[in-house]
Write a protein of this length. Structure first.
Lengths: 299, 164
């Protein structure tokens, strides 16, 4: 048996209580959501918290809701709940797609979106999709709250901008315009393995012409954090996208990524794969937006 | 070290145990309740040998703190048969030769049960996706997938018979 080390355990009923406990913990307390990352690290001896603060009694942290023209996802929403959410599948299909490709069913049933983002793996599947959708994250601390774009949340592997008393409470996604197509492409030995490289493309197309009004291209697992490819986006914005532009955008993405060589792949291979993944992501996003203009449902 | 008395339901029966927070649901199931059908292999949520159904969803019990399971319903492999009769999934695994050493089997069957509860007519891809979190070192999976299909047919027949 691999045992967990001892720790004090708290079950606050409100966010304020949780922040207060976190702050009193003086850096030796950890928040517990689904436990699928934290408990593994504790069993491996990589984390040795003196106390765990379970967030699971705080009902306000769960659920997927439409609030005005934003889709709001509570941080404790499990990955499975996101995959099964009809709201997410209708309005933010790329997120449902990405969430369905991560981990294993048993892990998806416990793992939460908040926990996944705070774990800040550069290879996480949800982050490229969420950044592609222009998401924001809300963080609550002892002295107040703040909301920032998700692309500013990650600092590096395992590091986020969260302060020691702050809790990520929700992710909000502006509901995409009708003619928006999105696609998440992941390279991994089996779908559920950690990404060797990944790319998300979200394209907002003009409904009447075939001109791309806005584009977001995001890469995962090829830099210390998930990165946006502004140069690739510039190639596509305001244009009627053709094959040559897609190739150009893919080349721009491959140029700016900074992958490492590790057990999964060499840096060179990852860079090569970015070319293919970005081309596929853009191509599929385009197809999807075309389907939508002719009356199909966003996948 | 802040031990708690927790109450939960296991295989339909109310259960009360005193645990410290660091104890996992897997330890409670195997050590406190002596239900040793659920196995520990990797301990890190990668192999699925410890799979149980918690409030209707499959989970790796090695990564669920027992205190997090209070007030919840747990189904282990021991909860599947009824009145000495095997569940169609258990029977199908035997009939199709889907059991060799048997170590992965409890977890496999529970993952399959969760699938069939949600989707009574899965195709091969659905089955493979649902069982993706359960590793088997013996069989090569082919007969396991066949057994799930066989069980699905048997369960469909059974429910048709019940309606007739």
């Amino acid at each position: 048996m691999m045992y967990l080390p001892r720790f004090a355990y708290f079950e606050p009923e409100t966010i304020e209580e949780a922040c207060s406990l976190l702050s009193k913990g003086g850096g030796k307390a950890r928040l517990l959501a689904g436990g699928t990352d934290l408990l593994v690290k504790m069993k491996r001896g990589l984390e040795k918290p003196e106390s765990l603060i379970s967030l699971n009694r705080i009902a306000s942290l769960r659920g997927v809701h439409l609030v005005g023209d934003s889709l709001v996802i509570g941080a404790l929403t499990t990955i499975s709940q996101m995959v099964d959410s009809s709201l997410i599948n209708e309005k933010a299909g790329i997120l449902g797609q990405a969430a369905g490709m991560m981990a294993l069913p048993q892990v998806r049933n416990r793992g939460t979106i908040g926990g996944n983002l705070c774990n800040a793996s550069p290879a996480a599947d949800t982050a490229p999709a969420l950044i592609g959708l222009d998401s924001r994250v809300r963080m609550v601390g002892l002295t107040g709250e703040r909301t920032i774009p998700l692309e500013k949340f990650f600092l590096g592997p395992g590091q986020t901008v969260l302060k020691s008393d702050e809790i990520l409470t929700e992710i909000s996604i502006p509901v995409p315009a009708r003619d928006t197509g999105g696609s998440y492409q992941k390279l991994s030995p089996r779908h559920n393995d950690l990404a060797t490289a990944s790319a998300a493309a979200v394209l907002v197309m003009h409904p009447d012409s075939r001109v791309c009004e806005d584009a977001r291209i995001v890469l995962g697992a090829v830099a210390p954090a998930v990165i946006r490819c502004y140069q690739s986006e510039q190639v596509l914005k305001g244009k009627a996208i053709d094959e040559e532009m897609i190739r150009q955008a893919a080349r721009a993405a491959a140029e700016i990524c900074r992958p490492v060589s590790d057990i999964r792949a060499t840096a060179g291979y990852r860079k090569e794969m970015v070319l293919t993944l970005v081309k596929r992501a853009i191509g599929q996003a385009l197809n999807q937006s075309r389907q939508l203009s002719s009356g199909g449902k966003m996948l | 070290m802040n031990e708690q008395v927790i109450k939960l339901t296991v295989n339909g029966d109310p259960v009360e145990v005193t645990v410290s927070p660091r104890v996992t649901l897997l330890e409670v199931i195997r050590d406190n309740l002596e239900l040793t059908g659920t196995k520990e292999a990797c301990s890190l949520g990668e192999c699925g040998a410890c799979t149980v159904i918690l409030d209707g969803k499959t989970v790796n019990s090695c990564l669920v703190l027992a205190v997090e399971a209070k007030g919840k319903e747990v189904l282990t492999i021991e909860g599947l048969g009824k009145d000495g009769e095997l569940h169609p999934l258990q029977q199908a695994f035997i009939d199709e030769g889907a059991v060799q050493c048997g170590f992965c089997t409890p977890g496999m069957i529970l993952s399959a049960k969760a699938l069939l509860d949600k989707n009574p007519e899965p195709d091969e891809d659905d089955i493979k996706e649902a069982l993706a979190g359960n590793l088997c070192r013996c069989t090569g999976y082919v007969k396991i997938v066949k057994a799930v299909k066989t069980a699905a047919r048997a369960m469909k027949k059974r429910s048709k018979g019940a309606d007739a």
